[in-house]
Structures are given as C-alpha cells and as structure tokens.
Ligand binder design. Structure first.
Ligand SMILES: NC(=O)c1ccc[n+]([C@@H]2O[C@H](COP(=O)([O-])OP(=O)(O)OC[C@H]3O[C@@H](n4cnc5c(N)ncnc54)[C@H](O)[C@@H]3O)[C@@H](O)[C@H]2O)c1
Length: 316
C-alpha cells in the first residue's frame, strides 16, 4: 500500500491505526481526514502524513482528492457518542459521509474497510455471530446498521469491489481519553479508582462485555483490506468479561483493593447484559486469533496509563 486514506484518523481507533500503518508501510503517503468533532490532534503526535480538516458528509470528495489514487481507504469517522439522540444528525453525518466516500471510491473500486459496530446486534445477548439479524436499540446503532446495508448495496452494483466491515465490540487502549464519557468502561473505572473513588457499576456488576484491546483491533483492521470476501467480520476478543472482573483486574494492576459501588440500572430494559463475539468467521477468513485476553490487555493498558505521557510512544 503506497497511498492510504484514513477517515476519523484523529480519533481513538483511527489514530492508532494511522500510526501503525505509518510504521508498517513507511514509504506510503497516508492522508487523514477528520473534522475533530470528537477526535484530538494530540493523538496524532508523531504522524508525518497529510491531514485534511473536513466533515466527510459535507466534503466535495472529487474536488478535494481528484484523481488521488488511493490503494486503500480505512473509514473510521463517525459520531461515536451513543447518547447523541439528534436522529437527523446521527443518520446524516454517519450515513451520508459513508455514501459520499463510496461514491468517490467506486470510480476506481478502491478497497474500503469501514468500522461497523457490535451495537448493531442491539438487545441480542450472548455469543453474537455475523449472520444474526440487526436489532439496533438507539439511533447510533441504527446509523451503523445502515452502513452495513449501504456496503451490501454498493457491492451488489460492483461485485468485484472489496468493501469490508469490521464489527468492533468494546475497544479499549491508549488514545481513548478524549472520548470522555464515551470512552471504554475500563478507562472510566480506572479513572474513578485513580481519583480515590470506589468504581461505580450497575447492580450487581455481572453484566459482561467483549472487551478487545486496541493492538488486536488494529491488526484485524489492517488484515481486513485483504479479506477474501466483501463481508462484515466480528472484531472482539472472543471473551465475555464482567464489570466485576474488570474492577478486579484494575485492582490487581494498581495494587489497590477498591470494592465496587453498585447502583440501580436506569436503562435496564434496553441495556445489553452480555456481549461476546463469535470469531469463527474472522479467524477463518482473516487468519487472525486475538492475542490479548482481557486480563493481559488491561495489565498492559494500565501500565501505559500509569507511565503518564507514555501513550505518545505507543504504536500498536
Ligand atoms: N471504540 C469502540 O469501542 C467502538 C465500538 C464499535 C464501533 N466503533 C466505531 O469505530 C470508529 C472509531 O471510533 P472511535 O472509538 O475511534 O471514536 P472517536 O470518536 O475517537 O473517533 C471518531 C473520529 O471521527 C471523527 N469524525 C466524526 N464524524 C466525522 C465526520 N462527519 N467527518 C470527519 N470526521 C468525523 C471524529 O472527530 C473522531 O476523530 C467509529 O466508526 C465507531 O463507530 C468503535
């Protein structure tokens, strides 16, 4: 890959991906496009490629990039605050941004990898496989479901074009702090404990999430560009880890003994109690088995957080 475009490259996953691509393909020209609505320039320290500050749903793609012959596009840009309930904004910016990108990439059938989300599984519980029908429970998840629909529609028009979705579960790791309340539960609980407070979780802390470490996420995302088929691939750790287990792992890493502070779940009727990625298709088609268990990922992550500015040197 010599000419690569990353949308949302100032965000959590996008910046880690951009820096990893820069390391793995040092000769490549990498262009990031981001409107910085949730991303942060600090995430891109050490990046020496090009940056276009623009909203991809309002950008004139042909005017901006013309005949630029990208070898690959990694599409990470999205509103990621799931509590943003402005339905027009969520659907417009997330879906029209992707449509504009696809219309631009269609001319040269540039391979596209885009970020799908486990939120599309909605209230389904337990092991989640790609063949399950979507059940989006909020407008963010609805917009991400429509990305999968759009990818299928464009693929039907151009069967030889590779448009691959990577369906992220709960990603955690360095360069997520800018997401504040939308950062991972691991980061939220760590921050509370570091501030000397008991970690707050819904009663009784046994809700489970498939937490996947950023190193595995970046590996799967880069592999997806060579996926054998245009399809959506689950991107998780394959482990369901409870909030109580997260707290225990953080206590272990920090050498502390905080007890959870349980409180009533106000969203109980539409709160996912258990997410867990079925990775059989990802392993078979992308040839990748995540390397990090939640315990190992949390241990490494906490040691990076504890090293102060340490994340600046982190390249997944
Ligand atoms: N982090 C997770 O656990 C997770 C889980 C499932 C899916 N995802 C998906 O992964 C992708 C990356 O998420 P993240 O966690 O890095 O979030 P993030 O908020 O850190 O990154 C999103 C980036 O996109 C940019 N952006 C948003 N809308 C834009 C637009 N219209 N034009 C240009 N830039 C725009 C933001 O400024 C930000 O830099 C998103 O598509 C998200 O939906 C993330």
């Amino acid at each position: 890959m010599r000419n690569i475009l990353v949308t949302g490259g100032a965000g959590f996953i996008g910046s880690n991906l951009t820096l990893a691509l820069q390391k793995r393909f040092p000769e490549a020209v990498i262009t990031v496009v981001d409107d910085f609505r949730s991303g942060d320039f600090k995430n891109l320290r050490g990046f020496y490629g090009d940056i276009v500050a623009a909203d991809i749903s309002r950008l004139d793609w042909n005017r901006q990039f013309g005949e630029a012959n990208f070898d690959a596009v990694f599409h990470m840009a999205s509103i990621t605050d799931t509590t943003e309930h402005d339905q027009f904004l969520q659907v417009h910016d997330n879906v029209e941004g992707f449509r504009a990108l696809l219309n631009y990439a269609a001319v040269n059938l540039i391979p596209v990898v885009y970020a799908s989300s486990a939120a599309t599984y909605g209230m389904a519980s337990g092991r989640m496989s790609e063949s399950q029908p979507p059940r989006p429970a909020n407008v963010y998840a609805f917009s991400k479901t429509h990305l999968d629909n759009l990818a299928r529609i464009y693929n039907r028009m151009h069967p030889s074009w590779r448009i691959v979705g990577v369906r992220y579960f709960n990603v955690y790791g360095p360069r997520e702090a800018h997401k504040k309340a939308a950062a991972s539960m691991i980061y939220q609980l760590y921050s509370q404990m570091k501030a000397g407070r008991r970690p707050r979780v819904f009663i009784a802390g046994e809700q489970k999430r498939d937490f996947v470490y950023i190193r595995d996420v970046v590996d799967i995302t880069i592999r997806a560009i060579n996926a054998p088929d245009s399809a959506v691939y689950n991107c998780g750790s394959g482990h369901a880890f409870s909030f109580n287990e997260v707290i225990a792992a953080i206590n272990e890493a920090l050498g502390t003994h905080y007890e959870p502070d349980y409180f009533e779940n106000p969203y109980a009727e539409f709160y996912q109690s258990h997410t867990e990625a079925d990775l059989s298709i990802t392993q078979k088609c992308l040839g990748y088995q995540p390397k990090y268990t939640p315990e190992a990922g949390i241990k490494e992550y906490i040691s990076i957080l504890e090293s102060g500015d340490g994340f600046f040197d982190f390249i997944p």
